[in-house]
Design a protein around this ligand. Structure first.
Ligand code: G6P
Length: 609
């Protein structure tokens, strides 16, 4: 989820690359770097941790009369967002520089190979491996060396490579991570998305997977991985810059909702080991014996991450039979919690910087128990202060209301629960069944998203309501809480989530024809009970929107609206049931004219108490 921009032409490259990086900053912003190529000085590289302004300070006294360069803004996946790990990475001779988006999955094997060949690996990144591999393959033709190196790579990449041995040339290649060539007048661009070049040209060539381009100021050649020539199709972009940053979606929140099939895949890729039914979570840094000894699990978090933690409680208790306690970080930090020495503590946080979660983590550390993180932002404070953990790899989440981070946290908790279960009584078949169900989840989410118009129609009917009630039972009770939170955060409608049966002990007094009630009514052990709760709402003229399983035609007669979702392994249902609720909240907020991505009074990352 990083950003790449490259330029070759007659203008000064530096200001142009910096402006391009700024356009891409929404994609990742933990560190940045630039490599310039000039006839006189060869390659010049600068990098800085933090925002792009830090990079600007770094190069403030540089001579800008240079007309070719590549630049990168990073969203860390391998290695902390330090200056050393920032891109571009260079070979040992400082003659080749690379910027890279994506993940090299076989980087460990490649690293061992290169180390055996005598290469000195200096950073924690997978990208540095690539530049050494290019050097290893280099015999006078840069494009050929890039092609040869990439044939050794498993994973995803969008790369731009420059070399002092090939002045006036950028080599760009794509597999999985988008890469675009911008076609200008006596100048050409390379970027991970068109927003970085749209100030200069709207004529672009989108590289396809496996394609490699050799780009100079007046020309570009595209070939495929077999070295067959490709005739590039030049397209004209008609979108505005703002539309493009949002990928054509009206809001970041909607974009992030639609990214979930991809982010769920990212969270599980290379972690699903179907043969043994045991997820691979090496980042936990725990041996099998240590995993078996765990007697209790504590989970702490805030907001949406806390809801994910509640789902995790159901998963871990059922699959691993280990008692779990989930607590708001803000409460935990001021109690005197009693920590079992043979327990593990999970801090869940999208940002990895939430002040209360960090303070609760420090309290747990003080008690000497193993502390782990489930975090999105690589190298964030929580990631650094834990003994190990699992990154969710959801990419930057810009919308204040968390969506894709929630589903990724939940699927990662599912992996952890399955791992802990397999270290105890969960059979290999059960492990495999869960992993197979996880593999299907991205397509199932995609299928739910294809029904967005139906959700929008429901939103149209209820967007003027002043109150909403969300009901769910079992593992879908936290989903009711999260659905209600989504609605109140962005639409400012009062919404409450409740365990369905608990409704009788208070909220039922509120129900009349003006109270829409969202009920998660999936075919599971408590289905009949939830149907009774639906009858109770109906008897008081409440309007019911049900989330039900496909094929459940009976429910349609008992409620006002049904949104159908596919069946999955019971403990994974929150991954599907939350999606229509995210969409419902989104459409209602838009119809009420609310500022969806930056709701009033809220902050994306709450770094104060
Ligand atoms: C804020 C955000 C929420 C988020 C919560 C916890 O309240 O608005 O969307 O769930 O913080 O953030 P974290 O980064 O720790 O998950």
């Amino acid at each position: 989820m990083c950003g790449i921009v490259g330029y070759v032409g007659t203008q000064q490259a530096v200001p142009l690359l910096i402006r391009g990086l700024r356009r891409l900053e929404y994609r990742g912003y933990d560190s940045a770097g630039i490599a310039l190529q000039s006839e006189s000085d060869g390659l010049r590289v600068a990098k800085a941790a933090g925002k792009i302004v830090n990079l600007e300070n770094e190069i403030a006294d540089w001579d800008f009369s240079c007309h070719l360069g590549i630049a990168h803004t990073r969203w860390a996946t391998h290695g902390e967002p330090t200056q050393l790990n920032a891109h571009p990475h260079t070979d040992t001779n400082h003659e080749i520089a690379i910027v890279h988006n994506g993940i090299i999955e076989n980087y460990r094997a490649l690293k061992e190979f290169l180390t055996r060949q005598g290469f000195d690996i200096r950073t924690d990144t997978d990208t540095e491996i690539l530049v050494h591999l290019i050097r290893f393959s280099y015999q006078g033709d840069l494009t050929k060396a890039v092609r040869l190196a990439l044939t050794q790579v498993e994973g995803t990449y969008g790369v731009a490579v420059v070399s002092s041995l090939h002045p006036g040339q950028i080599v760009a290649a794509r597999m999985g991570s988008p890469l675009v060539i911008g076609h200008g007048n006596g100048e050409n661009f390379v970027a991970s998305d068109v927003s970085a070049m749209l100030d200069h040209t709207n004529r672009v060539v989108y590289l396809e997977n496996g394609e490699i381009a050799t780009v100079s100021a007046n020309d570009y050649h595209v070939t495929n991985i077999e070295n067959e020539q490709i005739i590039p199709q030049v397209e004209e972009v008609s979108w505005t810059l703002e539309q493009i940053e949002k990928g054509g979606y009206d809001h970041f929140m909607l974009k992030e909702i639609y990214e979930q099939p991809h982010t769920l895949q990212q969270a599980t890729r290379i972690r699903l080991n179907k043969d043994e039914g045991i997820p691979r979570l090496n980042g936990l840094n725990l041996q099998q014996e240590e995993l078996r000894r765990i007697k209790r699990v504590y989970i702490t978090a805030c907001g949406t991450s806390w809801h994910a933690g509640l789902v995790g409680e159901y998963m871990i208790e059922e699959l691993a039979r280990i008692p779990v306690e989930v607590e708001y970080a803000s409460e935990l930090r001021y109690r005197s919690p009693i920590f079992d020495p043979e327990s593990v503590f999970f801090a869940i946080s999208q940002s990895g910087e939430t002040a209360d979660t960090l303070a609760a983590l420090r309290e747990a550390r003080y008690h000497g128990i193993t502390c782990l993180g489930i975090v999105n932002v690589v190298g964030s404070s929580i990631a650094r202060e834990t003994d190990g953990g699992v990154y969710i790899h959801a990419g930057p989440e810009i919308g204040v209301a968390s969506t894709k981070a929630f589903t990724s946290q939940v699927i990662v908790l599912g992996l952890i629960a399955t791992l802990l279960g397999r270290m105890r009584d969960l059979s290999v078949q059960q492990g495999q069944e869960i992993i197979e169900a996880m593999e299907k989840i991205p397509d199932q989410v995609e299928h739910i998203l294809s029904q967005a118009d139906a959700v929008k129609a429901i939103a149209q009917e209820y967007y003027k309501s002043n109150n909403f009630l969300y009901l769910g039972r079992g593992i879908n009770f936290p989903v009711a809480l999260e659905g209600a939170l989504k609605l109140k955060e962005i639409s400012y409608i009062h919404a409450e989530g409740y365990p369905a049966a608990e409704m009788k002990h208070g909220p039922i007094a509120l129900i009349d024809e003006n109270m829409p009630v969202v009920v998660i009514a999936l075919r599971d052990a408590v289905y009949d009970k939830v149907m009774s709760n639906i009858q109770e709402v109906r008897a008081r003229r409440g309007r019911i929107i049900a989330i039900a399983n496909e094929g459940d035609t009976e429910i349609a007669d008992k409620v006002n609206h049904v949104i159908y979702i596919p069946e999955t392994y019971r403990l994974l249902t929150p991954l599907l049931s939350i999606v229509p609720l995210q969409l419902l909240a989104y459409y209602i907020a838009v119809m009420r004219g609310c500022h969806v991505d930056q709701p009033r009074n809220l902050a994306k990352s709450v770094t104060v108490e």
